[in-house]
Write a protein that binds this ligand. Structure first.
Ligand code: GTP
Length: 832
């Protein structure tokens, strides 16, 4: 039924074709028109040639009644088409006739509804009327006009719609005569229409712009009709321009809101409610602006440029982020502005704000991500520049490097934030900057602590070296002022170290408290080194004591090895050696860095009675007797009470944590020491006895005389036969060799019987060995090599040395290493 550009907007049953309208609007691209479009509607009696007029006037294709079928209703509901060749875009609405017989009296309601709809939507309403009805009381258009004026009151605000009365089938009466009569008729009708109180005195001209035109009979004077229609058509060109047919129109709805607006108007009309056009306009603006805002937001979210920015922002800093984002946002805001330009300003602005807020919601995560990347980058840049500053050894202080680097990265970060700034967002990077500052400060603090610790550790190592070994050496010397010397050494080294450390930490700009704390730590550390070294030495007290004992016992005053002779007083030497070891024990017993000498003397005095203590060995008993048989008989009592004091676990006047070896432990160590050194003493005594024996190897003079007298014949026989001499010499050599090989003097050190037994067991193997050596030497004589000579020389040298040993009577006891070896071998056995 409809042509290509014709739409049944409201059907005969009053159903609004919203989907069709959307399609229609899209098809004619109405949304691009803004406010530059006009809406024209036609009202009038049924079959009064409305459709015919519109089709000729606007080039539309509304269905016309077939002239040969008689006058009956052809148009039902409301139809819509676009006027062809009319600028600006003109929408034309053909309404159902107002007095149609087909609908009967009940349909008057639809007449009212469609009339109200046409008045609310249109800028120009054509009132089609027969020329012969003008001035007639029963004219067909009178009820129509009444209806128009009545419903107009329900629009609240006049739109200043142009009512163009088109007088059809114009007679010979000139229009100039007809028009006043028509206006008079219209005024009469207006006056009779009941009005609300606020419009009681409102003139008709306030609501309508009345225009009148006439047309010749289309059926009879078609040519004239066509000419007049052509002239009338010209009046619709630029109809909305000032002075045009709709130049005075008010409250036009922007083109993009037209479909929604018309639909809403029809809905309100159908619900038989009053149509508040201003409120409707705001409502349409609200809905449409919101739609446009959503549309633009959707466009931005899907925008390729934005999506690329968003993807990059996730991974890294995006240079020029703010600028790029602003360009994208600007594009969509401008589009919104263009589309929403003709809607109510208040609504438009508020929805723009709403759009911007939603846009910012979309942008915010990416912005936050970019700022986060800038922050992370700034922090790592700070770390790198700090490390490089510290490694450069430029002489710049730590605090100064930190200041320089942090200022640089914070400035960089601020530039990054400015670069990422999104216009109108109001986003503040202060918090991010504060967090960066905190992170930078935390890292600097960590680094500072690390560097300070390294520095302090270096000084600790220095102290360890400068105090540790000297302390050990001083303790080993066990002089009377050992502890005051150690204390002095410690203070001196700590003072030196703290002074150097103070210079070294200047660059860290430490507070006075911090510096004092570091100095205190170093001082404490120095003391700790002494204590540690002392503990180490104390743990080896028994070894040190034995070394000391061996050293004193086995060496003369001039440090030469002692060769035990008859004139040596073993007891006195033993007492001296033990006293020396006891002194060492007293030094190692406790740390005495404060008033060391006094405490040292007190401990030494407490330990002195131990000289008489020890296991009840033969030697010990001898030594005890030596002490107890002295002139002072009260010595034993004094020693007894002193020994009781040695049963305590701490030294008087010495703090528990300064105690290295408790009195009880001292007692135990001493007991072990005396037991383990006993063998050395007995060895010395044995050596002394042997020396005595060696000295008296010649027979008595009477025996020598007897030998001369009784052996005179043998002596003479020897003189007569020198071969005996050679034989004797050979026997001497063999005997001497056996003497050396068997180490006869040593074997007999422990008595004659053990010596004989030992020598008898070794004799045969030694003789065999000697013979073997002689045989080997006999074979080697012919070759006469240098090696043999050397070996012989070597053997001679050994022999000479052995003979020298025999001559000097040096014993194994005087050989210190051997003695120590024997001592060590026997320690476990003694201890057990
Ligand atoms: N007398 C006269 N008849 C006309 C004129 N114009 C059209 N007609 C005839 O009137 C009849 C109805 O024409 P339409 O244009 O269909 O009239 P309408 O008002 O649109 O009819 P509905 O849509 O049914 O209300 C047709 O037979 C036309 O030829 C005219 O100017 N004068």
């Amino acid at each position: 039924m409809a042509g290509a550009q014709t739409l049944q907007l409201v059907d005969g049953k009053g159903v609004f074709n919203a989907a069709g309208l959307e399609e229609f609007v899209k098809g004619i691209r109405l949304s691009e028109c803004g406010l530059s479009y006009a809406v024209v509607a036609i009202m009038g009696p049924q079959s009064s040639g409305k459709s015919t007029l519109l089709n000729h006037l606007f080039g539309t294709r509304f269905v016309e009644m077939d002239a040969f079928k008689g006058r009956s209703q052809t148009t039902q509901g409301v139809w819509l088409a676009r006027g062809a060749g009319i600028e600006p875009t003109t929408l034309v609405m053909d309404l159902e006739g107002t007095d149609g017989r087909e609908r009967g009296e009940d349909d008057t309601a639809f007449e009212k509804q469609s009339s109200l709809f046409a008045l609310a939507v249109s800028d120009i309403v054509l009132i089609n009327m027969w020329c012969h009805d003008i001035g007639r009381e029963q004219a067909a258009n009178k009820p129509l006009l009444k209806t128009v004026f009545q419903v107009m009151m329900r629009l609240f605000t006049p739109r200043k719609t142009t009512l163009l009365f088109v007088i059809r089938d114009k007679t010979r009466t000139p229009i100039e005569t007809l028009e006043p009569i028509l206006r008079e008729d219209i005024q009469k009708i207006w006056d009779t229409v009941p009005k609300p109180a606020n419009h009681q005195h409102t003139p008709l001209s306030e609501f309508f712009n009345l225009q009148v035109t006439s047309l010749a009979n289309y059926e009879e004077k078609e040519e004239q009709f066509m000419q007049q229609v052509g002239e009338l058509r010209e009046r619709f060109q630029n109809s909305i321009a000032p002075g045009g047919l709709a130049g005075d129109r008010r409250g036009a709805v922007p083109a993009t809101g037209f479909p929604f607006s018309t639909q809403e108007i029809w809905r309100v009309i159908k619900e038989n409610r009053d149509l508040d056009l201003p409120a409707h306009k705001v409502m349409v603006a609200t809905v449409r602006c919101e739609e446009i805002a959503h549309e633009k937001l959707k466009g931005l979210v899907a925008d390729e440029e934005w999506r690329a920015l968003e993807a990059r922002a996730k991974d890294d800093v995006v240079l020029g982020f703010g600028k790029s984002v602003n360009e994208v946002v600007e594009k969509y805001l401008n589009a919104y502005d263009v589309e929403a330009a003709f809607f109510d300003e208040g609504v438009r602005t508020s929805k723009r704000t709403f759009l911007m807020s939603n846009v910012l919601d979309v942008l915010q995560p990416s912005y936050a991500s970019v700022i986060g990347h800038h922050r992370a980058k700034a922090l790592s840049s700070f770390k790198a520049s700090l490390d490089s500053g510290l490694d450069s050894n430029s002489g710049e202080g730590f605090a100064s490097i930190v200041r320089r680097c942090s200022e640089a990265v914070l400035a960089d970060f601020e530039r990054g934030c400015a670069d990422a700034d999104v216009a109108h967002s109001g986003w503040d990077s202060t918090k991010a900057k504060e967090k960066l500052s905190r992170d930078v400060a935390a890292h600097a603090q960590t680094k500072r602590t690390e560097k300070l610790n390294q520095l302090v550790a270096k000084f600790e190592n220095d102290l360890e070296a400068s105090i540790g070994e000297p302390t050990a050496s001083l303790l080993d010397a066990a002089a009377p002022d050992t502890w005051s010397a150690i204390s002095q050494l410690m203070e001196q080294e700590v003072d030196d170290a703290t002074s150097r450390l103070s210079d070294a930490i200047v660059g860290f700009e430490p507070s006075k408290e911090e510096e004092a704390k570091i100095r205190q730590h170093l001082s404490k550390y120095g003391r700790g080194v002494v204590e540690k070294k002392s503990k180490e030495e104390a743990s080896q007290a028994i070894i040190r004591m034995k070394e000391r004992f061996t050293s004193v016992f086995g060496h003369e005053a001039d440090s030469m090895p002692r060769i035990w002779g008859e004139d040596h007083d073993v007891r006195a030497i033993t007492r001296d050696a033990r006293a020396s070891s006891l002194k060492l024990l007293s030094v190692l017993a406790a740390v005495r860095l404060d008033e060391g000498t006094q405490k040292n003397n007190a401990i030494e005095s407490s330990l002195k009675p131990l000289i008489g203590d020890g296991p009840e060995t033969g030697l010990q008993r001898t030594l005890s007797r030596a002490v107890s048989t002295g002139n002072n008989t009260t010595l034993a009592k004094t020693q007894s009470s002193a020994l009781h004091a040695l049963s305590l676990s701490t030294w008087p006047g010495v703090a528990a944590n300064d105690t290295l070896i408790s009195p009880v432990q001292c007692k135990s160590i001493w007991r072990q020491f005396t037991a383990e050194t006993e063998y050395t003493i007995s060895q010395a005594m044995a050596a002394q006895e042997a020396a005595k024996r060696n000295k008296s190897w010649l027979p008595p003079p009477w025996a020598m005389m007897a030998m001369v007298v009784l052996g005179f014949n043998e002596f003479m026989a020897l003189l007569r036969n020198p071969l005996y001499l050679v034989l004797i010499f050979i026997l001497y050599l063999v005997g001497k060799a056996l003497f050396v090989q068997l180490d006869i003097s040593r074997e007999f050190e422990h008595g004659v019987v053990p010596g004989l037994i030992s020598v008898s067991t070794k004799l045969l193997p030694t003789v065999m060995n000697l013979l073997k050596k002689l045989a080997e030497e006999g074979q080697g004589v012919g070759s006469g090599t240098q090696n043999n000579t050397n070996r012989t020389n070597g053997t001679d040298r050994d022999r000479h040395r052995e003979m020298d040993d025999m001559a000097t009577g040096q014993s194994s006891v005087s050989n210190e290493p051997q003695a120590n070896g024997n001592l060590r071998q026997r320690q476990p056995a003694l201890a057990s």
